[in-house]
Design a protein around this ligand. Structure first.
Ligand SMILES: Nc1ncnc2c1ncn2[C@@H]1O[C@H](COP(=O)(O)OP(=O)(O)OP(=O)(O)O)[C@@H](O)[C@H]1O
Ligand SMILES: Nc1ncnc2c1ncn2[C@@H]1O[C@H](COP(=O)(O)OP(=O)(O)OP(=O)(O)O)[C@@H](O)[C@H]1O
Ligand SMILES: [Mg+2]
Ligand SMILES: [Mg+2]
Lengths: 256, 256
């Protein structure tokens, strides 16, 4: 079964989507068969890879609410080796829609991700909250990848996120590991940036990816063209940092 | 009754908290009696103004779940004229906790904000989602202030936010107005920045604040000191842009 890696952080705007888009593209380029899953009602992953769903195409709503197996929902993208389960705006009210529904009681909303067929890895993007969708994804995940923006509020939110991960491990998913913490939007010239790096590395040691993603306007521009950074601005620091992160990701997940 | 202005945008990291902190501090400096309300379980507003709640102090949980009037929950801060209802981590699971509860059916969760006593204005920070908390705040708001980060994904999310505002106006709160859209984290030297500005101004015209908040590391540093930008880095472009935004805010809300 393909490992399921969920990218999560309830702090908004820390680079979750950007990380899933660019890691997925890098891994596909290296020959892995990748399934990217967009569980955020904002659907930024879907547009970030330039995927335009066909009318009436399957979406993450079929996975979470209709509990369909992921194998039947995956759609090929223009990037060789990369398929996607596109996002759905209908997920916006899911916490309200499903709460009280006994079937959701086990929180195994994303159980369909265990049945993906021929992929090597499943990468999941989540919304900025610790509601049913994110908890549902963590409940079936093998590991969680945490982007950490190198700024103060993002640092503050880490302890709450780690507490939620522990809770999910205790109650829903004893196998849930931490894939790692990836520092994002780092401006090493600022004291704020270097302070956050030091704090995170002191607390989390080996869990922190050696790759650090710099703040780079190229990374903010790429989504408006619907392509990953490796196509939009190859050779830039943004592209190189995600190439390095993909290398480390493969070592952590596939032990190569 | 004091006007209730809710700062909302489901896109994460666009500057909601930064806007509430700095507008609240500016308005308090101009002599208005301001109540800032932290409805985000991340509690960034509470720490951004350097407020450390006393043990067992009242919080936003008392407002939304215990439905207590805001007047009894407001606590004075070190900034003259500014009081706060601090955030609560217990709000993280509120969508699940309250869904199905008939009392929440009317979505008037934040009705206690109508009973604030002697304040001139209530400014509300919300989490990055369109769940019960944000909808509950919009249901009792006089107007909504929308920070718009000058980047692609933030632009994409605007139509979903506007659709939600229209829905709230039709079903829950016919008086809900749009206070305005405030452009944030603008780097005018980039094509991305100027493209977003043009798009937003073409679509929203007069609703867009003339003040534009530049991307400024000072604004990202201020929260780690628990002070507003006007105290942390007076005279910088970040401080000046929020001073100008407060001027426009007062004109829109108090018609001065
Ligand atoms: N390293 C970077 N340098 C500069 N801009 C970046 C970087 N990474 C992401 N961005 C931009 O910052 C914004 C936030 O990133 P992104 O949307 O990926 O975060 P997110 O955590 O997925 O947000 P949300 O919480 O809303 O889902 C986007 O406009 C994105 O293009
Ligand atoms: N104009 C700016 N220039 C540079 N950094 C900024 C600016 N405004 C906010 N920031 C920083 O960007 C990050 C996101 O801002 P903020 O937390 O206020 O957004 P938010 O919309 O409240 O996020 P969330 O969706 O998580 O609630 C914070 O680290 C903040 O300090
Ligand atoms: Mg995202
Ligand atoms: Mg915030």
């Amino acid at each position: 079964r393909a490992p399921i890696i969920v990218c999560a952080n309830q702090k908004g705007g820390v680079g979750k989507t950007t990380t899933v888009v660019n890691l997925a593209a890098e891994l596909a380029h290296r020959g892995y068969k990748v399934l990217a899953v967009d569980l955020d009602p904002q659907r930024n992953l879907t547009s970030g890879i330039g995927f335009v769903p066909a009318q009436g195409a399957a979406s993450a709503y079929d996975l979470l609410v209709r509990r369909q197996p992921a194998a039947g929902l995956a759609q090929a993208t223009s990037i060789p080796g990369l398929s996607v389960i596109p996002g759905s705006a209908d997920l916006a009210g899911i916490d309200i829609e499903l709460a009280g529904d006994d079937a959701a009681g086990d929180r195994q909303l994303a159980a369909g991700l265990r049945d993906v067929g021929e992929f090597d890895v499943v990468l999941v993007d989540t919304p900025p909250s610790l509601g049913l969708v994110t908890v549902g994804a963590l409940a079936v995940a093998d590991a969680v990848l945490v982007p950490v923006q190198c700024e103060y509020y993002a640092l503050e939110g880490l302890s709450q996120l780690m507490a939620t991960i522990r809770l999910v491990r205790e109650r829903l998913n004893p196998n849930l590991e931490i894939n790692g913490l990836l520092l994002t939007m780092l401006d090493p010239r600022t004291k704020l940036g270097s302070d956050v790096v030091r704090e995170v590395e002191e607390h989390f040691g080996e869990l922190v990816y050696r790759a650090r993603v710099p703040r780079s306007v190229r990374l903010a521009e790429a989504p408006s063209h619907g392509v990953a950074i490796r196509s939009y601005a190859p050779g830039t620091t943004g592209a190189e940092s995600y190439a390095q992160a993909a290398e480390e990701f493969a070592a952590r997940v596939f032990h190569v």
